[in-house]
Design a binder for this molecule. Structure first.
Ligand SMILES: [Zn+2]
Length: 156
């Protein structure tokens, strides 16, 4: 079966399959989640908590053009919410504790889980973008962002 795409009234073939080397998604995401370069597994992705390095110190793979944006907090909120809310409801139904006990349990647990999950989730998303040649990770793609200055070139 042949699929044709119609764009602007003309019949075109689907885009040719890329001849770029395949980048396995799951190892890239796991390396990213472990704060390791998704290409070589040696260098670190993050300079600080959620600030990525400009490039890998070992192999030179650039990280600065990732577009994780709001996805890490979105997934963190989703995961933490699916842990904390059922646990909160279960504790309430089983033991009916005072409100201060709920506050003492769930607020710290929510904060701790959020801080623990945010960096691995962001690293996994950067790894996913690299594996799928998204955004600046595709060397053949047109650059849709202005160039990011190197840390040494920054004025502030
Ligand atoms: Zn590397």
């Amino acid at each position: 079966m042949t699929v044709h795409y119609e764009l602007n009234g003309t019949l075109e073939s689907p885009p040719a399959r890329s001849d770029k080397p395949r980048r396995p998604v799951m190892p890239a995401m796991l390396r990213g989640a472990a704060n390791r370069c998704m290409n070589c597994g040696q260098g670190r992705i993050f300079d600080r908590f959620l600030k990525t390095n400009h490039a890998c110190s070992h192999c030179g793979t650039e990280f600065h053009h990732h577009r994780a944006d709001d996805a890490p907090p979105y997934f963190t909120i989703t995961i933490v919410g699916h842990i904390v809310i059922p646990a909160l409801l279960a504790v309430e139904v089983m033991w009916h504790p005072d409100l201060w006990i709920h506050m003492a349990l769930w607020v710290p647990l929510t904060l701790v889980l959020s801080f623990l999950l945010m960096q691995p989730i962001k690293g996994a998303l950067v790894g996913l973008q690299w594996a799928l040649y998204m955004h600046g990770f595709d060397p053949d793609a047109e650059d849709d962002l202005p160039p990011v200055p190197l840390p040494s070139e920054r004025t502030t």
